[in-house]
Design a protein around this ligand. Structure first.
Ligand code: ADP
Ligand code: MG
Length: 399
């Protein structure tokens, strides 16, 4: 789960990381009021959307008067911000963060990620932070500092100082930088984060060190024990298909293709997506219904996939071990009887209670295309999809 910059800043500030004064606004009037509260003569108005690269997309505006703050906020609210990271659909701005502008001397990069090869939290830092960090990591990978943290002892003072030195921080401010680094690490560890990124961490003209941007992501599987974090979820920033699926306890990832997939097991779901590609089309989603799925759960999964406007054919692929083919079949029939679909449906069942499952499908009288193997299922769904497309084109042409 991702959160907004202002939420990440509030969390990090609680762990001793220095941030500029700022306040959230839901309207241009409130934004101008925030600027007055903060004081000073320069502010930045920042779109709060779940993406990076807002600066390059016009989502961060420097302002020199309350009127400018009002106008900047007015221009951002309701706007669909398309950044390098959002895809063409962008993200809509419903909140802005107003922050005192900082006199930046240098922009640094500080990130914390899970390093899967060492199975540890890794600190990634660079003396050249800011909006060009992607190019720097591609062109000068040797300039990136990496430090692995031993979980049993946590981040050591010397490690934090070493990183600060590596970033070229003035000796008088090493301690301050180190406490920002240690605080970010503790926030990561204590709150089950999967990522903390401060880009840029800046050296201010006075020499002090401040986090100007902050991003945090959290482990979805740990949210049950972090109610204060799960409250920060902002569904307006998520793919609506994924939000619906998460609310129904299904493991779902929306994709760009046309074939909706309902599969049990993540490995089989990946293999199914590969086979659809091989057969000449693309999957519209990844969906794992999990083990021991009840007919109701299968029906929910079916309705979810069918409600996606991109879906032009559906493939159900079940290799039942803990699952039961008869329950899956009941779920499919239930979903199709409640909401008849206009797209071809291909079902492949194998494993536990497969005979009963096949019988339920056959007796339902529904126009379900059956397949015996995964390869056959993928081929049949792509063939049916192609035919349906041609048919639809003809209908459009003759109407
Ligand atoms: P993003 O990473 O989404 O583009 P940032 O918060 O990093 O958004 O802002 C982009 C750039 O805007 C920063 O690299 C920094 O140069 C500038 N900036 C952001 N916040 C401030 C601030 N409070 N004062 C001065 N400049 C800022
Ligand atoms: Mg940034």
């Amino acid at each position: 789960m991702d959160i907004h910059e202002y939420q990440a800043k509030e969390i990090l500030s609680g762990f001793g990381v220095r941030i500029p004064p700022g306040g959230l606004a839901y309207s241009p009037e409130q934004a101008a009021y925030r600027a007055r509260e903060i004081g000073g003569s320069k502010w930045v108005v920042k779109a709060q959307v779940h993406t990076g690269a807002r600066g390059k997309a016009g989502g961060v505006k420097l302002c020199s008067s309350e009127q400018e703050v009002f106008d900047a906020a007015n221009g951002l609210f309701g706007k669909r911000l398309v950044t390098q990271q959002t895809g063409s659909q962008g993200k809509i701005v419903y909140r802005v963060y107003v922050e005192g502008a900082v006199a930046i001397e240098r922009e640094l990069y500080l990130g914390f990620v899970l390093d899967r090869s060492s199975e540890r939290i890794m600190v990634v830092a660079s003396a050249s932070g800011g909006m060009e960090i992607e190019e720097i990591s591609a062109n000068q990978p040797e300039s990136i500092l990496r430090t692995v943290i031993e979980p049993a002892v946590g981040i050591r003072d010397f490690q934090a100082r070493e990183i600060a030195f590596g970033l070229g921080i003035d000796p008088a401010h090493i301690q301050e930088a180190a406490s920002n680094i240690k605080g970010s690490y503790r926030a990561f560890r204590d709150l089950d984060a999967t990522m903390v990124e401060i880009n840029p961490l800046v050296v201010v003209e006075s020499g002090s060190i401040v986090a100007l941007d902050a991003k945090m992501s959290f482990d979805d599987n740990a949210l049950f024990r972090r109610p204060e974090i799960s409250e920060l979820r902002d569904k307006s920033q998520e793919d609506p298909r994924e939000t619906q699926a998460a609310d129904r306890g299904l493991s779902y990832v929306g994709l760009e293709g046309k074939i909706g997939c309902i599969v049990n097991g993540a490995g089989l779901a990946m293999a199914t997506m590969d086979m659809i590609k091989l057969a000449g089309s693309s999957p519209a989603n990844f969906l794992d219904i999990g083990g021991g799925a009840s007919p109701e759960r299968v029906a929910k999964a079916f309705r979810l996939v069918n409600s996606d406007k991109n879906v032009e054919a559906i493939l159900v692929n079940i290799f039942a071990g803990i699952n039961r083919c008869d329950w899956v079949a009941q779920g499919i029939v239930q979903a199709l009887e409640d909401n008849p679909v206009s797209v071809p449906v291909v079902v492949r069942l194998a494993g536990t209670n497969v005979e009963e499952g096949r019988k339920i499908l056959a007796q339902s009288g529904l126009p379900i295309i059956r397949a015996a193997t995964l390869a056959e299922a993928a081929e049949r769904v792509v063939t049916a999809w192609t035919k349906n497309q041609k048919h639809n084109v003809k209908l459009v042409a003759s109407s």
